[in-house]
Design a protein around this ligand. Sequence first.
Ligand code: UDP
Length: 330
Amino acid sequence: MNVLVVGGAGYIGSHCVVQLVEAGHRPVVVDNLAFGHRGAVKDGVPFYEADLGDREAMAKILKDEQIDIVMHFAAFTYVGESVTEPLKYYRNNVGATLELIQAMVDTGVNKFIFSSTCATFGVVESLPIVETLPQSPINPYGQTKLDLENALRAITKTSDFSAAIFRYFNAAGAAEDGSIGEDHQPETHLIPLCFDAATGRRGALKVFGSDYPTPDGTCLRDYVHVDDLSRAHIAVFDKLGTPGTCVDYNLGTGNPSSVLEVINAVKEVTGLDVPYEMDDRREGDPPALYADSKKANEELGWVPKYNDITSLVASAWKWHKDHPKGYDDK
Ligand code: UDP
């Protein structure tokens, strides 16, 4: 398949590109490099520096590259920023994405894979989180993702367009060979921040909240490997062959770790101390979030290869220890 990977120079997109090549497909990358890194895209993979909201540019690439399927990884993802700058989030995550979909409709490309998030559920009443729970996001970021999910449900109902929606839990880890990995500017994610604290690139890690109703008082999250996420995107191709299909899957290991468990895994893997201090809760953080991925398992045969925090952290460390400044291109 010829697969357009929009946001293919970003963290999850770049890993998916590698998995696509390994599975015998032909990825083509589009990225505006606002957050992505040119160095994350391997040599030999066609690359276009363009914005997904540029409908004409997207239509031309879709036609020229004879694209069969589009994957969308190009969203803004900072929850805090989405609260202070909601328009930026609605314009990119909703407005620009709809331009991309219009370009697909205009050129007859009708298969779409959309990266959504567990943040579309908001504060849940039961765990683990199954696909059928009500979705009620508590910040503009989650709302923009839910808006797109709803648009896809409506569009697929009335056309031969087909879509797959994947809701990620906490994406983590890096490519097996350590050649690409996580590099966010600014970095807000727990595992890379632990590495920075351990290697002295930052001061002590602040643990956001130690009085949650969890076994050790810190938040529980479901860390899932980027390569496992990527494999689900490829496993869903068959489903998209039926016009008008819209499928959705929650992707996580179902095996959550607390912040303190992540810190301990980082200590164990790196052999370094991770200085940390207890801090106040971060606004908008639910105590526990973890997935029920039975549907992905039963319908796609999806089984995460990395399902313990130590192997995930070890994979992330393989990249980080050799690239402490990431791609160092910003
Ligand atoms: N966290 C923390 N200190 C930090 C960053 C994150 O204690 O400096 C906690 C955060 O409160 C959450 C977990 O680590 O419980 C994972 O946070 P991250 O930002 O990596 O992902 P999120 O769950 O917000 O998508």
